[in-house]
Ligand binder design. Structure first.
Ligand code: ADP
Ligand code: 5GP
Length: 202
């Protein structure tokens, strides 16, 4: 008999800040019950409405270094003057329990995860144009003019890494982007290599 894999899919989503990653991921989380979002640690200040433990674990630089020393991160990186990292333990626990886990992380961290976890599925989510990216960053109204400029500069470096990802989603229309990410997860859960591993072999 062939049984469904007991493991969840580890899904990396990267893309320029302002592309719509959080929007698409949070909508998908409402559609799928087999999904968990990996809550990152960051030294960035909370934005209005962000909740500690839900959007991020907000840390001081000292607390962040302590987590690095304890080897608590699956990956970590600097982005536009702040540190960001993925706590490893919840990711491993959730994947082992059969949940697909989404990491919303930038490109340097994504490269670390692709190296450490070759079975991770990677998606690059981008806006339809740089002009639209700028409009979205300004429209979000959460970043200073200087931070918006830094994030637009970072976007150019991020685009240069897009070819390293298995999938690319162009987030022109959010409903379509959610459907595409949903389809990727469903297809990945049905991959023969994913199902026919270990104890699931005939
Ligand atoms: P990211 O998580 O990639 O930094 P956000 O999800 O915060 O991006 O989205 C940035 C802004 O763009 C938000 O104001 C969001 O409402 C808006 N947005 C997201 N997707 C779309 C879309 N497809 N069309 C128009 N605006 C969008
Ligand atoms: P923001 O400050 O807009 O929430 O996030 C800025 C960037 O940091 C985004 O590209 C986001 O994907 C990335 N990011 C968020 N959490 C992590 C993390 O744990 N690790 C890494 N490497 N990047 C992260």
């Amino acid at each position: 008999m062939i049984a469904r894999s007991k493991k969840g899919v580890l899904l990396i989503v990267s893309g320029p800040s302002g592309a719509g990653k959080s929007t698409v991921i949070s909508r998908l989380s409402q559609l799928r019950t087999d999904l968990r979002f990996s809550v990152s640690a960051t030294t960035r200040a909370p934005r209005p409405g962000e909740i500690d433990g839900q959007d991020y674990y907000f840390k001081t630089q000292e607390e962040f270094w302590e987590m690095i020393k304890l080897d608590a991160f699956l990956e970590h990186a600097e982005y536009v003057g702040n540190s960001y990292g993925t706590p490893a333990a919840p990711v491993d626990r959730d994947v082992a329990e059969g949940y697909s886990v989404i990491l919303d992380i930038e490109v340097q961290g994504a490269a670390q995860v692709m190296e450490k976890r070759p079975d991770a599925v990677s998606v690059f989510l981008c806006p339809p144009s740089m002009e639209e990216l700028e409009r979205r960053l300004r429209g979000r109204g959460t970043d200073s003019e200087e931070k918006i400029r830094d994030r637009l500069m970072a976007a150019h470096r991020e685009y240069a890494q897009a070819h390293k990802y298995r999938y690319i989603i162009i987030n022109d229309d959010a409903d379509t982007a959610v459907r595409e990410l949903d389809a990727i997860l469903t297809a990945e859960r049905c991959r023969s290599s994913y199902i026919l591993e270990g104890e699931n072999l005939l």
